[in-house]
Unconditional design. Structure first.
Length: 486
């Protein structure tokens, strides 16, 4: 694709929403179904699978247990020519349950986009969801999401998303979990952090929106889902937001192998997708925030990270800069004010000034500074602002996002110092066994710009609970020396 113009690239990878030829190119398949199949289900569930056998029982059990009822759900299990025993695991579900459809593709398509497009063309539900084969739902998920859309009349709904890594749970949906429930919310009002995650999990669409606008997954392994759902948001214009936790994102896979998948093809796919969105949709707040978050993410991966599938070198930085200019050189705004921290903002400045040698030196030295801070708690302080350790006088200063240290605990009142350039929102505690439902805001008193007193509840146990400081942008940190003062 090297000699193609961007417009030709968009056509080759099937980005063009006016072109329906993608429908003629979907994979052929063999279909096996349950004995009972509902012609007009409430929700269609599209599941793309390739060699996910260890996770399939948990995923399927979460579907058959849905309170919406299997009579209202079209389960579309679309297998991309798996070489493991996926099919053998799925077939018993067809005999025990209604409305399960097994699509066995005749040829491997090389990515989730192929099976998902098969699903889009064969879905019959009023609403549809995309579920990865290794993820799973809370048993109330599909009823909760469909009820939200029934009540709001919107075409797009999001809900709480939990990431699971070897049983450790964390939120991937802080903006809507923290902000709460909304109906008919303009996408122009969504915070930048909302776009930190826009994968298929925990999103439900009205199928008529997908059909009307010829929405489909582009012909590439990377960025196809985020492109699809951002396009859906653009056409929906308003969305429904529910904070209830509905979906569990499985991240038990080897993180090293995931990092190695972040290679040059990954980079090019993302830049192509962002370029298409930039050139297709009008300049407005939603596009600016979306592109900013994604550009920041690419800078993190292809400038700052060392352990990915595209070896760190000055040549990699030069290549990233060249491709960034080619695909996104015409953006009409500065994305860096939306970036999460100084490190990424500084990297952007080096890129903007085309100072690749300076960027290379900055990244190399910062990796040392990061280790010194995280492992040895070293830092530099100036005018009550904390920085990563300043190794050389001429090195660009990089602020710590926040730093907090406990001083004393007397009769349930914790005294601590908090330093940050971010706006402080407050203090919270939560039960480690239930990190989301148990969150509780604490009362506090501000003594000075950096000094605070916080009232801990009676019976607080540090080995069972967690104390955190909350800042703007859905950012939170723990407190140094907290355990020792307890």
């Amino acid at each position: 694709m090297k000699d193609l113009t961007k417009t030709q690239e968009f056509q080759a990878f099937q980005y063009d929403l006016a072109d329906k030829s993608w429908q003629d190119k979907v994979a052929s398949f063999q279909l096996t179904t349950s004995e009972i199949v509902t012609p007009n289900p409430k929700v269609s569930v599209i599941i793309a699978n390739f060699n996910n056998a260890p996770y399939l029982n948990k995923m399927m059990d979460s579907l058959t247990a849905q309170t919406l009822g299997m009579a209202n759900i079209q389960v579309m299990f679309i297998d991309d020519k798996s070489t493991d025993n996926s099919i053998a695991i799925i077939k018993p579900y067809l005999t025990k349950n209604p409305n399960i459809e097994l699509y066995q593709l005749d040829e491997n398509t090389g990515g989730a986009h192929g099976p998902r497009n098969v699903g889009l063309l064969n879905a019959r539900g009023e609403y549809l969801v995309i579920l990865d084969a290794d993820d799973w739902y809370d048993d109330k998920a599909l009823k909760y999401l469909s009820d939200l859309l029934d009540e709001s009349g919107d075409d797009f709904a999001v809900s709480g998303l939990v990431q699971s890594v070897d049983g450790h749970l964390s939120l991937k949906s802080k903006p809507y979990y923290v902000d709460g429930d909304f109906k008919n919310r303009s996408i122009q009002e969504l915070p930048t952090e909302f776009y930190g995650w826009l994968g298929p999990q925990s999103i439900m669409l009205r199928r008529s929106l997908v059909v009307k606008h010829n929405l489909h997954f582009v012909d590439q392994r990377v960025a196809d889902d985020v492109t699809f759902f951002y396009e859906a948001m653009r056409f929906a214009k308003i969305i429904t937001q529910g904070k209830e936790l509905t979906t569990y994102l499985n991240r038990d896979a080897d993180n090293t192998s995931l990092s190695q998948a972040i290679n040059r093809n990954f980079m090019m796919s993302w830049l192509r997708a962002l370029s298409y969105i930039n050139e297709t949709f009008p300049d407005d707040t939603s596009k600016e925030r979306f592109l900013s978050r994604r550009i920041e993410w690419l800078i993190h991966d292809f400038c700052l990270k060392r352990n990915i599938g595209y070896k760190f070198s000055k040549a990699r930085l030069q290549d990233f800069k060249a491709q960034l200019d080619l695909y996104l050189g015409n953006i009409k705004f500065d994305p860096s004010p939306y970036f999460r921290n100084d490190f990424r903002k500084t990297a952007w400045l080096y890129l903007k000034n085309n100072d690749i040698s300076g960027l290379y030196r900055f990244i190399y030295l910062f990796s040392v500074r990061w280790v010194l801070n995280r492992k040895l708690n070293m830092k530099t302080v100036s005018n009550q602002v904390y920085y990563y350790p300043q190794l050389l006088p001429l090195l660009t200063k990089t602020r710590l996002e926040a730093y907090a240290v406990a001083e004393s605990l007397i009769e349930g009142t914790l005294k601590l110092k908090v330093f940050s350039y971010k706006k402080l929102v407050g203090f919270e505690i939560f039960d480690l066994a239930q990190p989301f439902e148990s969150r509780k805001e604490l009362t506090y008193r501000k003594l000075s710009e950096t000094d605070f007193e916080v009232n801990l509840p009676k019976g607080y146990e540090n080995n069972k609970s967690r104390f955190v400081v909350i800042f703007e942008g859905y950012f939170e940190i723990g407190v140094q020396r907290f355990a020792s003062v307890m």
